[in-house]
Design a protein around this ligand. Structure first.
Ligand code: SF4
Ligand SMILES: [Zn+2]
Length: 308
């Protein structure tokens, strides 16, 4: 299990003290069956032989941290609504622990194809008085990209249906997008992310643009190790953020690994500075990002125009 506090994470109520929990569970059933999505390193957090008692014990051991959280993001190395990963009894036990915490906002991650009216209703009934957001990995609204560049089990239509169910039940929808899946050029990745963000904004309350970072034991890591994949340029993230900032949605940015070798980067001179500017913008919600400039923008423009 991994956990961390993030001061001032931007939720529906504004800036709160968020506890992020990545529980060790059996792991994503899609990954165990058909192989993981190409960039997903959740397998490293999973333990196919873990007992239900051991899963609950992880949360029980965090009661001190839970008591200080204003918001909680609960990730289960997969999907909270997947019966194969979290049997009903186990899910109820976990939700009871969250219900007893002072956290006002709860984000729960699930695959879109696991979302049912009953499943959502059960979660909401178990968390009275909390603002609940279901987070789903859309990654791209382009089904070709989902099939061939991400190896995702779901398509845009699945996410749209799930989002409708969730909103009907009275919960919020958070969608993750992926900037630069493998096998796309820099320019294609920017165009894909812009189109996906516009589509996502029509069905979600929150959209997080994740800048792909190279996670361990993934196909992306293999490509990256052979110089066949480069994480996105930070300039690409700047362009997407500026273009999308006026969409009617709370826009967040996932900057894990940004500025490092495994994450989005520019040149040595500006990577840290541009990463800091993006982090600041993600917290404030103002993505105008004024005053950013570096000589490496010319090289990025060349990458951006490469079409083959
Ligand atoms: S991204 Fe989601 S669906 Fe894909 S392997 Fe990871 S947990 Fe499973
Ligand atoms: Zn630079």
């Amino acid at each position: 299990m991994t956990y961390w506090f993030f001061e001032n994470d931007r939720g529906p109520e504004g800036l709160l003290r968020y506890l992020t929990l990545i529980l060790t569970t059996r792991g994503c059933s899609w990954a165990r069956g058909k192989g993981p999505c190409l960039m997903c390193g959740y397998q490293a957090d999973a333990d196919p032989a873990i007992s239900p008692e051991a899963v609950v014990a992880q949360v029980a051991g965090l009661s001190g941290q839970l008591s200080q959280a204003e918001g909680v993001k609960l990730y289960t190395s997969g999907s909270i609504l997947d019966e194969d990963e979290l049997p009903t009894d186990l899910r109820r036990e976990l939700l009871a622990r969250l219900a007893a915490s002072p956290a006002r906002e709860i984000v729960l991650e699930t695959r879109a194809d696991m979302v049912t009216q009953e499943g959502v209703a059960e979660v909401l009934a178990a968390l009275p008085g909390k603002h609940v957001e279901f987070a789903m990995g859309l990654e791209s609204s382009n089904d070709e990209v989902l099939a061939h560049c991400v190896h995702k089990p779901t398509r845009f239509v699945d996410v749209r249906r799930a989002a409708e169910e969730i909103r009907l039940a009275g919960a919020g929808v958070k969608l993750y997008l992926l900037l630069k899946p493998p096998f796309l050029t820099e320019g294609e990745a920017i165009d894909d992310c812009l189109a996906s963000c516009r589509d996502a904004a029509k069905i979600a309350d929150t959209v997080t643009i994740n800048l792909l970072n190279v996670q361990k034991r993934t196909l992306v890591e293999k490509l990256w190790g052979r110089d066949e994949y480069r994480p996105p340029w930070l300039w690409s993230a700047v362009e997407v953020a500026r273009e999308c900032q006026d969409l009617p949605v709370r826009l967040l940015m996932g900057l894990a690994g940004a500025g490092s070798r495994r994450g989005a980067y520019n040149c040595r001179r500006c990577s840290k500075h541009v990463t800091r500017a993006l982090r600041h913008a993600a917290l404030s919600g103002d993505y105008s990002l004024p005053g950013l400039a570096c000589g490496c923008e010319d090289e990025w423009r060349v990458y951006r125009e490469l079409r083959d």
